[in-house]
Design a protein around this ligand. Structure first.
Ligand SMILES: Cc1cc2nc3c(=O)[nH]c(=O)nc-3n(C[C@H](O)[C@H](O)[C@H](O)COP(=O)(O)O)c2cc1C
Length: 218
């Protein structure tokens, strides 16, 4: 039986450990990746994220500086990869933030102006995820991982390689990019580019737990 192209895509994507520094991802493909991020689904359509793209040499050097204390193995990807996307979440998602979403829905014709108050009442779900200090970071951070999953799939479709990276230093990133983050927090990044032809990982087979260990159909 021939494999479905979706499965072929997912089987072929491998986390890159060694990039080809001579190759850049085209602007056309980057635009598809950006649109994928923007269109990602999130709980109550909150979209509590910001994606910061590290493209210029200056920005790459700023990001490299945040690898001064740990995760040294990930540092070279910043220079050898084509772009790095910082996934940032809003740690204190508020009713005001949600009102922006509701108003956008109304202006896009998805909702009626007269129902605005009713739409806003859906914020009670975010409140249920908010602790007594006003933090809902665990909930908003979960949303950026949906964008990561979406992006990984799209990279595979585009034949672009990538490295998801939790191996970053959130404290230093949040300091270095404080002006751009503007109160958001980054604990996750995605390098995109093309693997080096000698990169060992690219030649290894995919390895996952067997289906019966993870899938339970009732
Ligand atoms: C959320 C997340 C964080 C990850 N962080 C790192 C990282 O910091 N450095 C790294 O080299 N790989 C990282 N990886 C890659 C995983 O090790 C890799 O996805 C896993 O071993 C499966 O291999 P594959 O992606 O080649 O299929 C991360 C993957 C995910 C999904």
């Amino acid at each position: 039986m021939t494999k479905h192209p979706i499965i072929v895509d997912i089987e072929n994507r491998k986390t890159v450990k060694h990039y080809d520094p001579t190759r850049r991802v085209s602007q056309d493909k980057m635009e598809i990746i950006y649109e994928t991020l923007r269109l990602t689904a999130s709980s109550i359509n909150a979209q509590p994220w910001k994606f910061i793209v590290i493209e210029s040499e200056i920005a790459k050097q700023r990001l490299a500086n945040t690898f001064a204390r740990k995760n040294f193995h990930n540092k070279q990807h910043i220079f050898d990869g084509s772009h790095v996307i910082l996934f940032a979440h809003n740690p204190r998602y508020s009713l005001e933030d949600y009102a922006t979403v509701v108003d956008t829905d109304i202006s896009n014709g998805r909702g009626k102006p007269e129902d605005r108050e009713r739409y806003l009442s859906k914020f009670s779900f975010a409140e249920s995820k908010t602790d007594s200090s006003g933090s809902n970071a665990h909930w908003t951070k979960a949303q950026v991982y949906i964008a990561l999953g979406n992006a990984l799939h799209v990279l595979a479709r585009l034949n672009v390689d990538g490295t998801p990276m939790e191996g970053v230093d959130p404290e230093l990133i949040n300091q270095e990019f404080a002006p751009e983050l503007d109160g958001f927090e980054c604990e996750l990044a995605l390098v995109v580019g093309y693997h080096h032809p000698d990169g060992a990982n690219a030649k290894l087979p995919k390895s996952r737990l067997p289906r019966e260990a993870v899938l339970h159909i009732l």
